[in-house]
Structures are given as C-alpha cells and as structure tokens.
Design a protein around this ligand. Sequence first.
Ligand SMILES: [Fe+2]
Ligand SMILES: [Fe+2]
Length: 352
Amino acid sequence: MVVSLSPNPSYPQPVNGNQSHPLPEEASQFIKLNQKYLVPDRAAGFALFRYIPARKRFVLFKNEGEPIRADQLETLTHEGRQPVFVPVAHASALTFYLSENLVDLVNDPSIPIEVKVEEVNTLALAVMKNLFDSPPDMREFIATAANVSRSITILLLSQPVAMNLLNRLRSYDYYTYSHSLNVCVMGMGLFLRLHPRATPSQVEDLTRGLLLHDIGKCDIPRELTNKPGRLTEAEWQIMRSHPVKGYERLEHDETLSPDSHLIALYHHEAMDGSGYPEGIRRGSIPLTSRLCKVVDVYDALTSNRSYKQRMTPFDALVLMTRDMKTQIDQDLMKEFILFLDHMGKLTVRKPL
Ligand SMILES: [Fe+2]
Ligand SMILES: [Fe+2]
C-alpha cells in the first residue's frame, strides 16, 4: 500500500532507511508520525508503535481503537521528540484522526494566523493526498473531507486574510489532491464575493462539494491520471468519465446537498454546450458547477503539468476571457478577476 509523502518532514511519512539507527525490514510497514499530532483522550482507530533501537524492533505502545491517554503522551514527551509509528494498514484511520486535528487547530485562538495557515496547508494537503492515494470506503472519505472543508471554512470566515496567506503557499504542481484543495479555497473566495451574506453552513456545503469535485478520478486508472505527456483519444474517453463516476460516488450521501453532488457531475460542462458529460448549456448548468469550472480551469492552467509549464495568472485570464469566452461563464469571470485582484492587495497586519 502506498502512503503519502509530504513536503513537510514533520508530517507522517513512510519509514525509510536514512536514520541514525538503521531500521529493520518491517519498517516499510509503518508510517512515521510526529508526536505533536497526538491529542490525549481522542478516539484513535490506529495502533501506535515505538521503535527501540537497542532491540531493533517496533514495540506496540497503544492498541488499535484505544485513545492515547494523557499519561502515555507525557511518557512519550519525556523521552524526547522521538517519532512514533502507525501501521500502514491503519493509514485511513490515521488520515481521519489528522483531519480532526485540523478542526482543533483552526479553533485554537492561541495559535498565530501565519502558523495556523501553514499547518492547515500542510495537514490538509497530506490528508487529501492520503485520501486519493488509498481511498477508504465512501463514508469515511466524505467524513474526512468534511473535516478538511470545515476547517478551511472556519479559518477563512473568521480570518479572511488567511485566503491570501494560503494562496502564497499554494502548490503549483498539478496533482488531484493539491488541485482539489486549490479549487476549494479559491472557489470559496469567489462564492463569498458573490454571496457575502451566505451562512457558514452554505459555505461549508459548497467547499465540500468543491473539494470533492474530482473524486471520480479515484476510479480512473492511476497510469492515466499520472501519465507524463498528453493522453491519447481513447485515454481521454476514459478520463472524461470521471464526472459521472464522481457523481455516482456522492449521490447517495445525505451529508452533502444535491447541489454539491452536481458540482462533481457538471464541472466540465460548457456554456455553449461543448462540454461533457451531457453537453447542457448556460442556465441549465447549476451556478455552483459554473463557478467550479472557472476555478478548475484557472488552477489547471496556472499549475505545472508533465507536458507543459504553467501559465502566468495574466496569460491564463486572457485565455479564459478570449479563447474560452463561449465556454466559461463570463459574468463569473469578471467577479473572479476582481477576487484575484482584491486578494493580491490583502496584507497581514502585525499586532501593534
Ligand atoms: Fe474534473
Ligand atoms: Fe478539477
């Protein structure tokens, strides 16, 4: 099973051999986890191990399903900042647990905004990467994604400047998980510009729909989603099935609104009817799907792909308002340009 790597070395990584104490063969069966992500007395569906260098062995510290007690955590802290280890087989339980950390993090008033944004970005990326790399069952996938979208909603509604800070940390490498996060954050910004009085639950529902808009790519062979180079026509046909596959994954979930399900289904439709899967036009395409398309195309154009370098924001906006004029909702484009302009002008004010 493949488990995510994160650019942040403090985030859980599969164990490798580059350590002061060489790890035994079985190390590949564990994910290294920084102790700082452990919260006392919270249900944790994964087992926890410590590595004892003198014995060259992993030793069970806590059973699967048990919370980690405060006194156990204290013992670990006393031993210094040693990593702990989670079996690879428990990766999805760990991913869910970390997504709960995100909600705590954004609700903690003692953490400075810059630190909060950086942690949210790192954790949200890692959680999304794990979700797409090893999808758990649908209920767990949506529950985990719900924690990510809830924490982003709380963060951005309470401190709008976080939008600008998050954008500075944006990943420019195009992967489904980082693209999903970019679409979620920018899409929420555009939605708030259109509906400044939207309730937190409306915003959260939309951000969750945006975060999951490409969930159908879980059903597309990895060789296609990661293919270096352009797809053949036959491969495109398969790729173009992801909106329907995504909708089929979401449609029976009652925690999401029907409107959010339709984001997955219609985010590749075009105003002039040239899109897919149904080729519907203009007002027949729900507003939230048209909004998703604007942000989706912008993120794809301004991210590096295996077969082309990313465009500058200016060139991407020119292409979207000129060459793609009949496909993209131009009223939304105007608002999106104003949103990007406004975001660029936001600055962080240091407390006096
Ligand atoms: Fe898509
Ligand atoms: Fe997308």
